[in-house]
Design a protein around this ligand. Sequence first.
Ligand code: 1HN
Length: 343
Amino acid sequence: MTTPRQDYYQTLSQANLAPLWVSLSNLVPSHPTPKAVPALWKYKEVRPYVMQAGELITAEEAVRRVLVLENPGLPGKSSISSTLYAGLQLILPGEIAPSHRHTQSALRFVMEGKGAWTAVNGERTTMSPGDFIITPSWRWHDHGNPRAEEGGEPVVWLDGLDIPLLVHLDAGFAENLDQASQPIERPEGFSYAQFGHNMAPLRYTPTDATSPIFSYPYERTREALDQLSRFEVIDEWDGVKLRYINPNTGGFAMPTMATFMQFFPAGFKGRTYRSTDSAVFTVVEGRGTAYIDDAVFPFSPKDIFIAPSWAAIRFEMDEDVVLFSYSDRPVQQALNLFREFRE
Ligand code: 1HN
């Protein structure tokens, strides 16, 4: 026996109609209810799988040899949160990852190994652990690694992209370059010399929403945190937290993803906060514990964890800790949706 209402709902669905009153409270929840859950990837456990990929497929065949960090609350979606993608990419000595471009913006955060390069917009940058590197939307990019005889070693980096956001927006376009590596037009370090020192070329007019500095070396970031940790009061929630900026605007380095680096002294016991941006963290230095809603994540260097929107987050640090993170905050702020609450 079906009730008249059930019959009615059935009829509606055949006419591509739905009664709002059934879903209203889910559609406008009193606070964010992300499908993504807090999750932790221990680098020690994931690394063997990454290296195994290196034995089973070449970078050329794979195009990008990456293991996607998939949120257990979003199975099959290649998403670490509703808006963000994360993956671990491996490039072995002598390999090339061919040039392409897409509307998705990408960031690389170097996890281990050095000497591989990424080329963006006619310029190469050589990677070292802790470097934050940007591939802006619709810019040609390819990666490579010197042969072992020339000192090449396996290099692994964390890829952060705005893929799920662009899926929601149906704004994805991509194309391959007709050659594996793009032509190099400027010497390495050119962009950094132009924009990396609180100066800019006299007649330069910005053409892009993304920072013209496409590689932010760890050495400089670490030095800033080190000096500030001595001179500045340590924030009770964030420790010493800096955001990477686009020197043209003072805004975030990328239009869709914010990037941050923060320092906490050993023994730090932080207070709890929530924010509407979902954030991917990776541990650059030190050991500690992240408490994210009901999850307890003890972490070591290179571990990766995700805090979904509005999760309650706090940190306790056993050692001096440095965390890199990225989030969808620029999108939320541009749309006037960003909120945070510090308990
Ligand atoms: C991409 O272009 C890269 O260029 C890495 O290294 C990961 C994931 C999805 C789509 C494009 C890269 C990617 C990607």
